[in-house]
Design a protein around this ligand. Structure first.
Ligand SMILES: Cc1ncc(COP(=O)(O)O)c(C=O)c1O
Length: 400
């Protein structure tokens, strides 16, 4: 963990750039090139290990964005990828080999679960899934060949919160690498490396980009691990396109202000839903009644912009409600400035079995909201009119 030179709001805007540089463009240039010219063979050899050799290895536009992420996370280094899934798969393939074992939380992003359960076994890598907040289960699942403790916090889509200090300490004791998917939190709300986690990953598609217009993955952390992952990225080829990296840099400049606004809006929406008679359960880390609220408030600066809730009705009612909203656009993904709504069993968790979904608490009635930066009053009014169309009614929502 590297100490922060400046506050997060400053690093989000100015990170990665050389503040002493004069007479250059203020906006980072896009090196929209696949290759770099050299003057002679000696220079060619020297260029091989730099970001001016061949873009699959690196690119100066990527370097600025990667330094900026590293500063935000307090990491030795960071890497960009073509997608969040590319960041996850490349990192795991870089760090593990056949015969190794992973302990991972049960309720994580569906694409990651699919990689663990359907792809890694083909390579001789097994995964044991454990309940997110049952730490004795994490410990009991560790074997002599376990190499990685894989975490996600808050989780998608049920917003459970993992104790970062506890899991990092367990991993240190058992000599495991820790990798956390911190997409829903962003470094504005949570900096896992400060708690002793080795690697933090993001689907940069979400909050980092912030405008639902790019696909990107990010991994940041310890130098030796980042070096291995870099080598593997070069081989597997999941490098980001330079133009998309530039869009990412532009998005990052407003990361702090967007996330602060989304924290405020999402909390208000969660509070509204929690008291609504047609809502059975609300999942949001900072709302009263969430089972890990105290922990969330200790390790996070804000609850984030994603929440989910169960309609007091059928799966059909949940679908009708999602379709009846005007300001929450019916689309998968999270983290953009526009509010979105989705039904996880149809999107983010469609690719995993019904049995696994049940264990994760992902029901047909569950609706996930990505709260944007619009007016909270307008968003709540939209939900109010949508809920008015749902028929069954009970007394009070459960929160958790
Ligand atoms: C928590 C989380 N992690 C990882 C991913 C994968 O990211 P990407 O879609 O950028 O590959 C997603 C995508 O929705 C996600 O929600």
């Amino acid at each position: 963990m590297k100490p922060h030179k400046r506050r997060q709001e400053t690093e989000a805007v100015r990170g990665g750039t050389d503040l002493c540089k004069k007479n250059g463009p203020l906006s980072t240039p896009i090196y929209q090139t696949s290759t770099f010219e050299v003057t002679d063979s000696d220079e060619q050899v020297r260029a091989t290990n730099t970001d001016r050799f061949y873009t699959r290895y690196g690119n100066p536009t990527h370097t600025v964005a990667e330094s900026s992420v590293a500063e935000l996370e307090g990491a030795d280094g960071a890497l960009l990828f073509a997608s969040g899934m590319s960041a996850i798969t490349t990192s795991i393939l870089a760090l593990l080999k056949s015969g190794d074992h992973i302990v991972a939380q049960r309720d994580i992003y569906g694409g990651t679960t699919k990689f663990f359960s359907q792809w890694l076994p083909k390579l001789g890598i097994e995964t044991t899934l454990v309940d997110t907040t049952e730490y004795d289960q994490h410990e009991r699942a560790i074997r002599t060949n376990t190499r990685l403790l894989y975490l996600e916090s808050p989780t998608n889509p049920t917003l459970r919160v993992v104790d970062l200090r506890k899991t990092a300490a367990l991993a240190k004791r058992c000599n495991l690498i820790t990798l956390i998917d911190s997409t829903f939190a962003t470094p504005i709300n949570q900096r896992p490396l400060e708690f002793g986690i080795d690697l933090v990953m993001h689907s940069g598609t979400k909050y980092f980009g912030g405008h639902s217009d790019l696909i990107c993955g990010i991994v940041a952390g310890r130098r030796d691990l980042i070096q291995k992952i870099h080598e593997t990225r070069t081989t597997l080829g999941g490098t980001m396109d330079p133009h998309a990296a530039w869009l990412l840099l532009r998005g990052m400049k407003t990361l702090a202000v967007r996330v602060q606004r989304q924290n405020e809006n999402a909390l208000r929406v969660a509070q509204f839903l929690a008291q609504h008679s047609k809502v059975r359960r609300v999942h949001y880390p900072f709302v009263e009644g969430h089972p890990q609220r105290a922990l969330a408030m200790e390790q996070m600066a804000g609850g984030g912009g994603v929440l989910s809730f169960e309609v007091d009705g059928s799966g059909e009612d949940a679908r009708h409600l999602a379709e009846s909203l005007h300001l929450f656009t019916l689309a998968p993904s999270v983290g953009g400035v526009d509010s979105l709504v989705t039904i996880p069993v149809l999107t983010s968790h469609a690719m995993i079995s019904a049995e696994q979904r049940q264990k994760m608490g992902v029901t047909e009635q569950l609706i996930r909201l990505s709260v944007g930066i619009e007016s909270a009053e307008d968003l709540i009014a939209d939900l109010e009119q949508g809920l008015a169309m749902v028929n069954p009614a009970r007394q009070h929502a459960e929160v958790g």
